[in-house]
Design a binder for this molecule. Structure first.
Ligand SMILES: Nc1nc2c(ncn2[C@@H]2O[C@H](COP(=O)(O)OP(=O)(O)OP(=O)(O)O)[C@@H](O)[C@H]2O)c(=O)[nH]1
Ligand SMILES: [Zn+2]
Length: 330
């Protein structure tokens, strides 16, 4: 049984499906006492693929869930046929509380910002060092999305055989973002290490080498014979359904997000971003109400001038907050 998240083990999954285990069971779960716990691996047009006791099971949402969505990474309770045999169907009767939610942006195909992944720990932002050129604004938007989602960002710089990583590393040093550089002629061991034991969502623009990297991390034969029958990479780019893939020899997961180009940042509250800057957060106490932190009365300038924080950190914070405005090409 592959573990999911940091604190679950097999017994937890089997006997204690709810994290609110200390409350009286009858009050919080009047029905479906014997439901099995599953991890959602992918959702494709209403068909939910779940991992239950190392079996891949197809399920549909039970009517009682109403409009509540089920997304990749959700921990769910399942009833019905749980054998995973061909043409069988289980029912998802409950979605457990989420520890994090990542939203994709509204776009031409879909006017709503939607949750695409739940319960992930880390957002791996895949950017090529060259071919295509890095797009710092796009990286910044991903960082904001990660902070807002309650996920740790990880900057994965690909194609390090083509260009040096130093200039980008310099830009992101004040943010303290973990960074790793790779290219396709070497084993991605350094990346693997940073993924171990965590659920990591991989995002990146077309052509940056995300598929090459994910294939190196999760060998294709494992995917073909493993827990998921769906295939990532080319051909799936017309859909936006994310897919969870188990990392071999580690209890981590890679969640690939084909077709996700950017994140919806309209809903974001600046205070959630500032959370990632604890030494500046204290300085906002002197700010006017609902300060944008980019206005004349903002207390952060004086805070930095008094030596409480690095000016480069304030610049980075302001740059990140500014990414909430959409630009052409985001
Ligand atoms: N020089 C170099 N080229 C690479 C590297 N990784 C991938 N590529 C090439 O970059 C191109 C894009 O790689 P993919 O893995 O398909 O990129 P992707 O991000 O999945 O792009 P889409 O499939 O369009 O979403 C391919 O021609 C790869 O061979 C690398 O480390 N160095
Ligand atoms: Zn302010």
């Amino acid at each position: 049984m592959r573990r999911y998240g940091k604190n679950t083990d097999e017994d937890d999954i089997r006997h204690r499906p709810s994290r609110r285990g200390s409350r009286p069971r009858t009050r919080i779960r009047p029905k479906h006492e014997d439901a099995a716990e599953g991890l959602v691996l992918t959702v494709d047009r209403g068909r939910i693929t779940c991992l239950v006791d190392n079996r891949s099971i197809t399920a549909m949402k039970a009517r009682e869930l109403g409009r509540k969505g089920v997304v990749v990474g959700d921990l769910v309770a399942l009833v019905g046929d749980l054998t995973g045999a061909k043409d069988t169907l289980a029912r998802v009767v409950r979605v457990e509380d989420r520890t994090s939610v990542l939203r994709r942006t509204a776009d031409d195909d879909d006017p709503f910002e939607r949750v695409i992944v739940a319960n992930a720990d880390q957002l791996a932002i895949v950017t090529a060092l060259a071919d295509p050129e890095p797009r710092p604004r796009m990286i910044d938007r991903c960082l904001v999305a990660a902070y807002d989602a309650g996920m740790e960002p990880l900057l994965v710089l690909t194609k390090s055989d083509l260009a040096p990583a130093a200039p980008l590393l310099e830009t992101y040093a004040p943010l303290g973002v973990r960074t790793v550089a790779v290219h396709h002629h070497e084993e991605p061991d350094a990346v693997r290490e940073l993924l171990s034991g965590l659920v990591s969502v991989f995002v990146g623009h077309s052509g940056v080498g995300k598929t090459t990297l994910v294939n190196a991390l999760v060998p294709a034969n494992q995917r073909a014979t493993g827990v998921v029958n769906a295939v990532t990479g080319r051909g799936r780019h017309t859909t936006t359904s994310a897919l969870a893939l188990p990392l071999p020899d580690s209890d981590g997961w890679v969640i690939d997000t084909p077709g996700v180009r950017s994140f919806g940042l309209h809903h974001i509250d600046p205070s959630r971003v500032i959370h990632a800057f604890p030494e500046l957060q204290a300085g906002t106490e002197g700010c006017p109400r609902a300060c944008s932190h980019d206005e004349r009365d903002c207390a952060l300038d004086a805070w930095v001038a008094a030596g409480h924080a690095d000016p480069a950190r304030l610049d980075s914070l302001r740059r990140l907050l500014a990414t909430r405005e959409r630009h052409e090409g985001d």
